[in-house]
Design a protein around this ligand. Sequence first.
Ligand code: ADP
Ligand code: MG
Length: 253
Amino acid sequence: MAGRAILKFDSVSKSYGDIAALGGIDLSVERGSFTALVGASGSGKSTLLKTVNRLVEPTAGTVRFAGEDVAAVPLAALRRRIGYVFQKIGLFPHMSVAENIGIGPRLAGEPADAGRIAELLELVDLDSAMADRLPSELSGGQQQRVGVARALAGGPELLLMDEPFGALDPVTRDALGDRVRALHERLGLTTVMVTHDMAEALLLADRVLVMDAGEIVADETPRSLLAGGGGAVAQGLVAVPRHQAERLAELER
Ligand code: ADP
Ligand code: MG
């Protein structure tokens, strides 16, 4: 159903000199879906994600968000409606947790009050007493929870995450992944998550897009990928967690 698309890419390409980072992407993302974008390093995942909130301007093609060409929407208005979680967390070190979370609304001239900050902290399962701490006083996992709370502060319709859990230990990573999936349901978000970890994509997403050299080479459900679909590049990525699971099962015998 075309009417349910919140994102639509039409022949979106991006070149850096001789490098074609995106080779003409056509893609539609449905409202309410949780999509994972998987692929090797350098395959164009971050570039594609960044064309949505205009951290990257395409060389050619159009990106539409909620029916509007993003190039025609005022930047501040666009970014208020799109939450973005950075790979490297990117909290401001000299600002408190509350100030970091509230920066978007504050820049938009609608500062979040203490009640709203507490509500956002609660969403990501952090104690409201953490509001006055500095990022350096938090663990990596807690910092990335603050990063997620900051992305949600403006009440976005769309949540974009670029390898959000890449810097975290496996246990923290697993817990935060589950929390984000639960938030996606509870807040009725549309989520696009970049990851190079196929296991994470299979476990969290409804739809898995595989990128290779600037192209989308597979567009499958987790179930169909596990059943062998999606082609050679996709199956190469699925083989990694499958092989690990098989070896663990052998050790248990
Ligand atoms: P991924 O996120 O999948 O690792 P990227 O989207 O970051 O891949 O990069 C895709 C390609 O574009 C790579 O070849 C990368 O080196 C190149 N690239 C990305 N950003 C820039 C940039 N600002 N300048 C030049 N080349 C870039
Ligand atoms: Mg990247």
